[in-house]
Design a protein around this ligand. Structure first.
Ligand SMILES: Cc1cc2nc3c(=O)[nH]c(=O)nc-3n(C[C@H](O)[C@H](O)[C@H](O)COP(=O)(O)OP(=O)(O)OC[C@H]3O[C@@H](n4cnc5c(N)ncnc54)[C@H](O)[C@@H]3O)c2cc1C
Length: 482
């Protein structure tokens, strides 16, 4: 299962860390957040070191659909209820981010299929809500239109049109983004001593003056408590040939679809759900059915992939000081599946905080801002409690013998509760059933053949190896080895 962006990265493997080092600024995470952060600091004359657990842009960034769009579901009608100023600032931050991409691409002549185009958000059944979003966008000064024409061969009730948004190839962009600073790959940060600013890796320690956590879901639990402020949501994507698009589209539903073109392909994504929660079967078939409704049956399917991203209470990311009690530690996360524009905006906020420059978006993105929706924290807390306290002590319904080939589940294995996958040749892969992050009970994802954590979205392969953070430890396998 590979995304459409696969195969572009040149194989410039950087060395892993094997001796202790001391550095000024250390960025943890080599996705688009970490790389834009490194670029900004480099531009400001500060020396940074970036440390990546795997290889550059191998995380969510490799699995994005890369719309650059300020229209993002119902975020503005939500934000405007508590603060029109906040809604206006957020919109501005997204437009500025797209401009900034264009500036960088022009300056360095980066060939990354960047294209300006119109964006549409349509509804098939909730015109009232769509009109609310349209009115909110109008009120904050957005140049939007309400249109009713049929699009994507779907009988819509209406759509909001926002001109001059964009799309690009994220990996081509990142490959050519200047990186004249130290980059260390294949080195996972296992623990951070936040008081003394020491990062521990398998073979060595890094002593830093400033640390920036750009790992997607943050790897430090306390202080910060991001595991109460956010959750992870999974999305599924497909690409196919046989159709063309000259605009970007999104449906208004929370688990709705996005559509864009790239070269000879159309990329469709969506069917979102909280990671580790749903039965994952048939997501790709459902996407194919939707594709055929819009583009007919003569499509050549080329790629399928899935990934997850962090969701915040108010639809705005967290970028700034990690916690009030830790001055020189920063975080950039919580992009709500709009991380292309938000990583650009967040990197500017943090760079300006470090270099003490004014930035009108600092309060908007501040992780310490007042929560607009305390219910979100309660829901996250209850979900964590359920999967952390009740599930781990519950008894499995099934014995390992009941597992069919190709199936994974939490079952009784040799009298103990284990996470077991049976492959098509009847071989068993047995790992610990609790996540190595905060001990929530894992759930098997049959589309990706991974064990997913329903609390904070860590993901492991059938051998117990980390696929997605925030965890920093592999799962114990049945014979006790990691
Ligand atoms: C299916 C999907 C479609 C999307 N489509 C869009 C879109 O159209 N437009 C848009 O704006 N956004 C989109 N997004 C969101 C966007 O892709 C993400 O928000 C963004 O890529 C996140 O980038 P990141 O650098 O923060 O995280 P990542 O790309 O995940 O990078 C984090 C890096 O940190 C590393 N890491 C983790 N733990 C450690 C550790 N302990 N030590 C060292 N390194 C570590 C990881 O290996 C990883 O490389 C989409 C998201 C999904 C899931």
């Amino acid at each position: 299962m590979q995304s459409i962006w696969n195969g572009v990265k040149e194989s410039d493997h950087r060395l892993s860390l094997d001796k202790d080092i001391k550095r000024d600024i250390v960025i943890v995470g080599g996705g688009i957040s970490g790389l834009l952060m490194g670029y900004r600091l480099m531009q400001s004359g500060r020396e940074a070191t970036l440390i990546e657990a795997n290889t550059l842009y191998s995380g969510v960034t490799h699995n994005t659909t890369a719309h650059l769009d300020a229209m993002q579901g119902y975020v503005y009608s939500d934000l405007i209820k508590t603060s029109p100023q906040k809604a206006k600032l957020y919109f501005q931050s997204q437009l500025d981010a797209i401009e900034e991409y264009q500036k960088i691409i022009d300056t360095y002549k980066i060939d990354c299929d960047f294209k300006r185009l119109d964006s549409f958000m349509f509804t098939i059944n909730d015109m009232k809500k769509l009109e609310e979003e349209y009115n909110a966008l109008k009120e904050i000064g957005a140049d939007v239109e309400l249109v009713k024409e049929k699009m994507l061969n779907i009988d819509i009730q209406g759509a909001i049109k926002l001109k001059n948004q964009a799309q690009f190839h994220p990996i081509k962009f990142l490959e050519k983004l200047p990186k004249e600073y130290e980059i260390i790959e294949n080195t996972r940060v296992l623990k951070v001593d936040t008081k003394n600013k020491i990062l521990y890796t398998q073979k060595a320690e890094i002593h830093a003056n400033i640390i920036i956590i750009a790992t997607g879901f943050p790897i430090i639990d306390i202080p910060g408590f991001y595991f109460l402020k956010m959750y992870k949501s999974s999305s599924y994507s497909i690409a196919f040939k046989g159709a063309k698009l000259d605009a970007v589209y999104q449906s208004d539903l929370e688990n709705g679809l996005t559509y864009r073109g790239y070269d000879d392909y159309v990329i469709m994504g969506g069917l979102d759900h909280r990671t580790g929660r749903l039965n994952h079967k048939d997501k790709f078939n459902r996407l194919r059915e939707k594709a055929e409704l819009s583009f007919g049956k003569e499509l050549e399917y080329t790629h399928t992939w899935t990934a997850n991203d962090c969701i915040t209470a108010d639809g705005v990311p967290y970028a700034g000081q990690y916690s009030k009690s830790r001055k020189d530690i920063y975080v950039m996360t919580g992009y709500n599946k709009w991380g292309m524009t938000n990583s650009m905006a967040s990197s500017k906020v943090i760079c300006d905080l470090i270099t003490q420059k004014p930035n009108k978006f600092i309060d908007l993105f501040s992780p310490q801002r007042k929560k607009t929706n305390p219910a979100h924290c309660v829901v996250n807390l209850l979900s964590t409690v359920k999967n952390l306290v009740f599930k781990p002590v519950s008894f499995p319904d099934r014995n390992v013998d009941a597992l069919k080939p190709g199936e994974g589940d939490i079952v009784l294995y040799e009298g103990r509760k284990k996470a077991v996958y049976r492959d098509l040749d009847n071989r068993l892969y047995v790992v610990e059933p609790l996540c190595s992050h905060l001990k929530c009970q894992l759930k098997f994802n049959s589309e990706t053949k991974t064990w997913d954590c329903p609390c904070h979205g860590s993901r492991f392969d059938i051998y117990g190896k980390i696929v997605v953070s925030p965890t920093t430890k592999n799962l114990k396998v049945h014979n006790g080895k990691e």
